[in-house]
Design a protein around this ligand. Structure first.
Ligand SMILES: [Zn+2]
Length: 337
């Protein structure tokens, strides 16, 4: 028997949307990318989401396929039970009932999910965490966020805000986080923070020697977070070639990450931690020292397997597809893959 069923999946980010038509076995039969253009405001962004979803459903039908559901992932705080995008600075959403709008427009069951949580879902079920019942997916990019996936389901939290591991306090009195509090993990170990810290120390050593403890931390603006003058990848490369300043900044980030992940392991006792986001592209330059730092921090807890994500930037879109399939009770197909 041939299965012509497909789902339409969208992963909506601050700059672009990754969109696909996906079969129940996880195979992508059509992929598209569209700009989000968030500056147009939330109503226009939602309009584009609905247009793109409807267009993909129409194209699937024209190909002889049958769209059975829609999955949409967005950043920020997402109330998955009500299908509401509660808050997102990147896309400008405030209490947008995305699911109901999609159901009204497309006439298909629709699931709304959080970008990192669905990315974790995809990595746990189809990617680097496959075969582990208990997975913590940690995305390290401009910010740091996590998804705790148990037996293929990601915990959402009572208010749609589970997994904010980037806001675990790791350095009391440390650099101020975008959330307003000093010392969050994200303020030290996000890709943006690493680039910023390096530039700051490099600038100071060019003027006059200043010790790390004397560094004043100015409030972080969105523009600074978005475009650090030196990227974290460059810091990782320079650290690998033995540059002392890069080595110092990289090790500070590794230590902070190990503190945060050790807290995660104390809470969740997972079998596998999957690292995704831009920083994970540093590969062994990240994984090898991070494994060692984690090992130092384990007392009676079991050390998790620490691995890099396998699905790249498609994880969110695939995860949105899994959420859509789950919403209509089509799940066994992917597990048999
Ligand atoms: Zn914070």
């Amino acid at each position: 028997m041939t299965d012509d069923r497909v789902v339409v999946a969208l992963d909506v980010g601050g700059t672009g949307m990754k969109c696909a038509v996906v079969r129940p076995d996880g195979v992508v039969v059509r992929a598209e990318r569209h700009p989000t253009d968030a500056a147009r405001g939330p109503a226009a962004v939602v309009g584009t989401i609905l247009d793109v979803a409807e267009g993909l459903a129409d194209k699937a039908r024209a190909d002889g396929l049958t769209p059975i559901a829609v999955g949409i992932a967005v950043p920020g705080v997402v109330d998955e039970a009500r299908g509401v995008a509660v808050w997102s600075a990147n896309v400008g959403f405030r209490d947008v009932p995305v699911r109901d709008l999609a159901v009204a427009r497309l006439g298909l069951p629709t699931a709304l999910g959080h970008d990192v949580r669905v990315g974790g879902l995809a990595e746990a079920r189809l990617g680097a965490g496959r075969g582990s019942g208990h997975v913590l997916f940690v995305a390290i990019g401009t910010g740091i966020a996590a998804a705790h996936v148990v037996d293929g389901t990601a915990a959402v939290g009572a208010h749609g805000a589970a997994g904010e591991i980037g806001h675990i306090l790791v350095r009391p009195g440390g650099p101020r986080c975008g959330c307003g509090r000093p010392g969050c993990l994200e303020a030290i170990a996000s890709a943006a923070a690493i680039g910023r810290r390096y530039a700051e120390l490099a600038g100071q050593s060019a003027d006059a020697p200043v010790t790390a403890t004397e560094v004043a931390e100015p409030p972080v603006t969105a523009a600074e977070v978005a475009e650090p003058p030196v990227t974290a990848a460059e810091v990782a490369q320079r650290a690998a070639t033995g540059e002392p300043l890069a080595g110092q900044v990289w090790q500070e980030a590794i230590d902070a990450l190990a503190d945060g992940l050790a807290s995660g392991q104390a809470l969740f006792d997972v079998a596998t931690i999957v690292l995704g986001g831009g920083l994970a592209q540093a590969g062994d330059g990240l994984l090898t020292p991070l494994r060692a730092a984690m090992r130092e921090r384990m007392t009676f807890h079991r050390e998790p397997h620490l691995v890099a994500a396998a699905l790249g930037d498609e994880a969110g879109c695939l995860g949105a597809a899994l959420l859509a399939l789950d919403a209509v009770g089509v799940r066994d197909h992917q597990e048999k893959r």
